[in-house]
Design a protein around this ligand. Structure first.
Ligand SMILES: Nc1nc(=O)n([C@H]2C[C@H](O)[C@@H](COP(=O)(O)O)O2)cc1CO
Ligand SMILES: [Zn+2]
Length: 174
């Protein structure tokens, strides 16, 4: 009999997006994104970070003050689109930890992504996100929050035998 507690496609791809977010150096908000083809093949991933050759240790990470991170950070969604390296994104789905901003919405629409599955919409009341939704609605790009019964997924980096997890071996079957 097959296992029944396997994760759904949506949980899998959002899991990949959330794992990508763990790469972010942003001290306040870590965002990850995962772009998936209609055949459920991962086309690209990305997270919010500085462009290539701009050092994480030199550029600012502040939210306020004379110098902030905002002019420099590449958003997770844009990084995922740019990381796709020419793959066809028409008809693809985007899994993202935070609802896309207006600038990313433009890139999402123009690249042909047709559906957004998001996790948080914590900036929903800002003009930026309202403009984003207005453009996505006009372009017919669907968006909805992730639907899941799962509260969390744990990744264990210890080998099963050393973590004390009971394993079925061939010998058990005989
Ligand atoms: N959809 C998004 N994707 C992103 O990658 N970001 C990034 C830009 C910043 O690095 C961080 C937001 O910082 P803060 O204002 O919450 O401290 O997340 C932000 C948004 C929000 O629209
Ligand atoms: Zn953005």
């Amino acid at each position: 009999m097959k296992r029944t507690d396997y994760i759904s496609w949506d949980e899998y791809f959002m899991g990949v997006a959330l794992l990508a977010a763990r790469r972010s150096k942003d001290p306040n908000t870590q965002v990850g994104a995962c772009i998936v083809s209609p055949e459920n093949i991962i086309l690209s991933t990305g997270y919010n970070g500085l462009p290539c050759c701009c050092s994480d240790d030199v550029f600012p990470w502040e939210r306020e003050g004379a110098e902030t991170k905002y002019p420099y950070v590449v958003h997770a969604e844009l990084n995922a689109i740019l990381n796709a390296g020419g793959r066809v994104l028409r008809g693809a789905r985007l899994y993202v930890a935070l609802f896309p901003c207006n600038e990313c919405a433009k890139a999402i629409i123009q690249s042909g992504i047709r559906e957004i599955i998001y996790f948080s919409d914590k900036y929903a009341e800002t003009a930026n996100i309202r403009a984003s939704k207005r453009m996505l609605d006009a372009a017919g790009v669907r968006y909805h929050p992730l639907q899941t019964e799962l509260a969390s997924i744990t990744l264990d980096f210890r080998a099963p035998e050393s973590a004390g997890i009971p394993q079925k071996s061939d010998a058990d079957e005989k």
